[in-house]
Design a binder for this molecule. Structure first.
Ligand code: NAD
Length: 439
């Protein structure tokens, strides 16, 4: 049923504008507002989604290895939980800020809704460069963050997961700390308080590669829209961490070639294709692409990287890296957002003008949260699925979501990016209409 038909007799409500109109948070809310306009969502839904439900900021001291104490600032933003417990990653990065975490929490609400997962949206993080900490310092900081968050997280309340700068080891420490500080969690073995754990600690098979694998499934489904095929598909990828490297690997299985790649250390190109496993191994050993050498590989500068002619460009690093100048340089048919919010509004406008299709992050990188959901389900049921089963479930869920988005683009005569937000907001709005607003 169109949303417009279920809005009768609902009161008017004003959204609360983001304090900084140039922030990442304002950018995230603008996408939600556009979708609300397109589907004629009720005012009150737009108002509710315009701010997170809860914003938690914590400060806590951690003892460094040399014996001195350092104070850290942590965030957990819970945007919306109408569809289920809050869900979202924990980021450790020097640039973590309140507005950015708020934006990422909005996108989590939208992502879970597009995928029809029974989760809401949240995000958290610590403003720290994790590479400057030893392993024991990282562990103490993670345990202090978890204890500072206290009962604000929980297996049916808010379920953290990895993001930039965090991994399965950090999730294992979070889970262990939670269980040690919550008696009922410990008694009932609630491993599902955190997802993205190592397999030995209750993690799911396939979680590590899930975001890249999911992006591969989305592209296999949508490439025919652009008259492209996976065999021989030329790719360039910005960021060669979890998302970038696993996407390259998953698409290579279908015959795609990674032509160019750039991370924070350098950019590399080989028009005949770069060796993905060797690059992954080098990054694991050294922390970046710099220093990798092999026959036929050229080191190129940033502009040459973006100007490289490819079929699909995948930004899988940090936010706002594809701005207006970069969008002018790109020489691709499709931009598939592997990272969150990589394309600025000005960048998106230029891509539109230049006829370059943009596939949105809330669909493209939803494989991670989908397998997190599968991990949560396995933990709750006390079972462990084989990789094939996890991949099958992921494929089914994300392909259905891609079809939903394609259909909405036709229905609302809009682009795939706006369509994805329409699909998400429709789902959230329907839940609000059916449940009503307390009291
Ligand atoms: P990661 O830390 O594993 O990798 C980040 C990559 O970005 C690294 O290769 C790094 O070198 C690169 N990078 C950082 N700064 C750069 C710069 N200035 N120029 C070029 N490259 C730079 O992180 P990740 O988990 O792969 O996450 C990447 C993006 O995907 C983030 O936006 C994250 O929120 C999003 N995401 C991740 C997951 C997941 O499961 N890991 C799921 C959904 C979305």
């Amino acid at each position: 049923m169109p949303i417009a038909n279920i809005t009768t007799k609902l009161p008017h409500a004003e959204p609360m504008e983001p304090a900084d109109p140039n922030s990442l948070f304002a950018m995230a809310v603008a996408s939600v507002n556009d979708a609300c306009g397109t589907i004629q969502a009720p005012d009150f839904v737009k108002a509710i989604l315009s701010q997170p439900k809860n914003e938690l900021m914590v400060h806590f001291p951690v003892m460094m290895d040399d014996g001195h104490y350092r104070l850290f600032k942590g965030y957990r933003i819970q945007h919306n939980n109408i569809l289920g417990p809050y869900k979202g990653g924990i980021r450790y990065h020097a640039d973590v800020s309140l507005d950015d975490v708020k934006a990422l929490s909005v996108w989590m609400t939208m992502k879970c809704a597009v995928m029809r997962l029974p989760f809401g949206g949240a995000k958290g993080g610590i403003k720290v460069d994790p590479h400057t900490l030893s392993s024991t310092e990282l562990m103490r900081m993670t345990r202090r963050l978890t204890s500072a968050l206290g009962g604000n997280i929980g297996p049916e309340i808010d379920i953290p997961a990895p993001d930039v700068g965090t991994n399965a080891q950090i999730m294992d420490w979070m889970m262990d700390t939670y269980l040690n500080t919550h008696q009922e969690g410990r008694q009932q073995g609630m491993l599902q308080v955190v997802t993205g754990k190592s397999v030995g600690c209750g993690g799911s098979e396939g979680r590590e590669k899930a975001t890249g694998q999911g992006l591969c499934y989305v592209l296999l489904e949508l490439l025919p829209e652009f008259r492209l095929k996976p065999a021989g598909l030329r790719l360039s990828i910005l960021g060669f961490g979890n998302v970038g490297s696993n996407t390259a690997q998953a698409l290579a299985v279908h015959g795609a070639k990674l032509i160019a790649v750039m991370d924070h250390t350098c950019a590399l190109r080989n028009i005949h294709g770069l060796p993905i496993p060797e690059l992954q191994q080098h990054v694991q050993q050294t922390g970046g692409l710099a220093g990798f050498t092999a026959a036929g590989i050229e080191v190129i500068d940033r502009e040459a990287f973006y100007r490289t002619e490819v079929d699909v460009f995948i930004p899988a690093a940090l936010e706002r890296m594809v701005d207006a100048p970069v969008a002018q340089w790109l020489n691709a048919r499709v931009v598939a957002e592997g990272g969150n919010g990589p394309v600025t509004p000005a960048g998106a406008a230029i891509l539109r003008q230049r006829g370059i299709a943009l596939l949105p992050a809330i669909l493209c990188n939803a494989g991670g949260v989908t397998v997190s959901y599968l991990e949560w389900v396995q933990n709750k049921a006390g079972v462990h699925w084989e990789l094939n089963r996890v991949d099958r479930e992921l494929q089914k869920t994300i392909v259905l979501a891609a079809r939903r988005v394609r259909l909405a683009a036709h229905q609302y005569e809009t682009d795939l990016s706006t369509a994805a937000f329409c699909v998400a907001v429709e789902h959230v709005a329907r839940a609000y209409k059916q449940r009503g607003i307390f009291p």
